[in-house]
Design a protein around this ligand. Structure first.
Ligand code: URA
Length: 206
């Protein structure tokens, strides 16, 4: 089975699991992009527009993400974009830990199928999913490995960047690091010789 087929199969499994939280309340926003993407962007949960179109990052935050991709000459179709929770929580509230847990096995399989070189997390929720002890104000823009070997680049959420110019500046600076990190990824050794990073002090599930 190729990657596209595996992703389709996984999507079908989520659709058929009627016990998942938010099922019946919102559309499934599985994710989209290249199954061979080297970079996977992972946000928090779909919002209003994403729910309507069943596509990730298509509202205002998505428009900013698109602009940032254009600036580094990466077509949106060349990366993969998804969320940790795959249905919109009502009223755009933050996802509950139980919702994150319920969708976790599916996200893990989605990541395994795509097998990206970098996971760029968008916002605190997604970052803390991989790096539970990380702090976005301290750790954004610094690529680091999880214990499980995933290379994470924590980025501010584009929605946060739309609310504060200083955050937008940081997001632009961090985003521009992506091509270089992809070309010259840090080694796991470099990660472990770094002073004290968030991933050194945490029990990462990944
Ligand atoms: N915010 C997210 O975290 N994900 C989306 O898909 C849209 C907005």
């Amino acid at each position: 089975m190729d990657k596209e087929e595996s992703l389709l199969g996984l999507k079908k499994e989520i659709e058929e699991n009627r016990e998942l939280p938010l099922c019946g309340e919102a559309n499934l926003v599985f994710g989209e992009g290249s199954a061979d993407a080297e970079v996977m962007f992972i946000g928090e949960a779909p919002g209003f527009h994403e729910d309507k179109l069943a596509r990730p990052f298509v509202g205002q935050a998505g428009k900013l993400l698109d602009k940032l991709l254009v600036k580094i000459n990466w077509p949106r179709e060349s990366v993969y974009i998804t969320n940790i929770v795959k249905r919109r929580p009502p009223g755009n509230r933050d996802p509950l830990p139980s919702e994150i847990d319920a969708y976790k096995p599916y996200l893990e399989r989605q990541i395994k199928i795509i097998n990206p070189k970098i996971i760029a997390t968008l916002g605190r929720y997604s970052m803390n999913y991989f790096l539970p002890e990380a702090k976005i104000s301290r750790d954004h823009g610094v690529a680091q490995f999880t214990r499980g070997g995933y290379l994470i680049l924590p980025l501010y959420h584009p929605a946060a960047a739309l609310r504060a110019t200083a955050v937008l500046k940081d997001l632009e600076i961090d985003f521009k690091k992506l091509p270089e990190i992809l070309k010259n990824p840090p080694t796991k050794k470099e990660n472990s010789t770094k002073k004290e990073t968030a991933s050194d002090t945490q029990e990462s599930l990944f």
